[in-house]
Design a protein around this ligand. Structure first.
Ligand SMILES: [Mn+2]
Length: 356
């Protein structure tokens, strides 16, 4: 397991690389060019500028999250070929500088969705929260305004300029079914994976977060059967998943450890975090500790260990603790604690194997 840490780039993340490299066992940074509009190709000079800053701190830049997919590709519009060509060029450029894994997602309009970015727990910490009933009653525009008002920093997936035309985006998806989305994903993969193969990049799709339809939009990367179907579209080691324990774990029907055992060879990138799921379907992000949430993080790490996992892993989100002012879900402290919990489990498993 190769531990990495997400960093949002120069002038875009309150956490300095000098602090990230002090977290035990962190060898690299998960990065992206957040200032390039979705659909445009990433230029070599911008890629090299971020890469050199990361490497100057002794960290590597093997993992990119995310290269986002233009809405026209998800909608299957004729203009998609232009955006797919740009995507291919980005992959070629990233391959040229030694990037090994590219995380992306195929969720219509919204990336991750929550109803509260700072839900207070009894210990005074706050965390991202999803209230199922509320979202069913909420107007999407209301949710966007609330999320954007709650954060002073830019948030990937929540670009205000992209979301200004929300009602038009929703109109575009009116007649798009899940099968349409599968077809559009297939078209995309058939043109992207061969380029990824030539570029030495493993594409790793992130599951939908949460893993069910919201606001009537189709969502397809949600469970075991759909991940199987996805992987069968193109049979290539360069076509895999970012196995996110928190996204998939928000649906208690998903046995995350079992998914890891089944799909291990096709998981180049692991997101490890815990969520507490309530009886009414609400969920809150918790510390990584198994006893704090509904996902058995011990079982998750054990499944990776048993399969000799050599891919990249990062603590996904964390709570906001110790008064830290940070990007929602992306503080230094709780993610660093999460890393130490993951290493604690991993090292104990290593030792017990050696002791026989
Ligand atoms: Mn994730």
């Amino acid at each position: 397991m190769r531990m990495v840490f997400r960093w949002f780039g120069p002038d875009n993340d309150p956490i300095p690389l000098d602090h990230i490299r002090q977290i035990p066992g962190v060898e690299g940074v998960v990065w992206a060019l957040h200032d390039i509009p979705v659909g445009e190709a990433w230029s070599m000079d911008k890629i090299l500028s971020v890469k050199s800053q990361i490497e100057a701190r002794g960290l590597h830049s093997h993992v990119v999250e995310s290269v986002n997919v233009h809405e026209d590709i998800k909608l299957g519009r004729p203009t998609r070929d232009h955006y797919i060509a740009n995507y291919q060029r980005t992959l070629e450029n990233l391959g040229r500088v030694g990037v090994k894994v590219v995380c992306y997602n195929f969720m219509p309009i919204f990336d991750w969705t929550r109803t509260d970015l700072a839900k207070k727990a009894s210990d005074g910490s706050t965390a991202l929260f999803f209230e199922r009933n509320l979202i069913e009653q909420m107007d999407p525009q209301e949710m966007v305004s609330k999320i954007l008002a709650d954060s002073t920093l830019t948030m990937p997936g929540w670009e205000p300029e992209r979301l200004t035309n929300l009602s038009r985006l929703f109109e575009d998806y009116t007649n798009v079914t899940e099968e349409d989305l599968w077809n559009n994903l297939t078209y995309f993969l058939q043109q992207i994976i061969p380029v990824a193969e030539k570029s030495g990049i493993k594409m790793a799709i992130h599951p939908d977060d949460p893993p069910w339809s919201i606001f009537g939009l189709p969502r397809i990367i949600t469970n075991r059967d759909n991940i199987r179907r996805l992987l069968d579209i193109v049979d290539s080691p360069n076509h895999g998943v970012t196995l996110c324990s928190g996204s998939l774990g928000a649906d208690l029907a998903n046995d995350v450890a079992a998914l890891i055992r089944e799909f291990a060879p096709r998981i180049p990138f692991a997101h490890i975090r815990n969520v507490k799921v309530y009886d009414n379907g609400d969920f809150v992000e918790t510390s990584h500790r198994t006893s704090d949430g509904s996902v058995d993080i011990y079982g998750v790490v054990k499944a990776y260990h048993e399969n000799g996992f050599t891919g990249y892993a990062r603590p996904d989100h964390g709570r906001h603790i110790w008064g830290e002012q940070c990007r929602p879900g992306y503080g230094l402290y709780d993610r660093a604690l999460g890393i130490m919990y993951i290493w604690g489990i991993w090292d104990a498993l290593e030792h017990s194997c050696k002791e026989g």
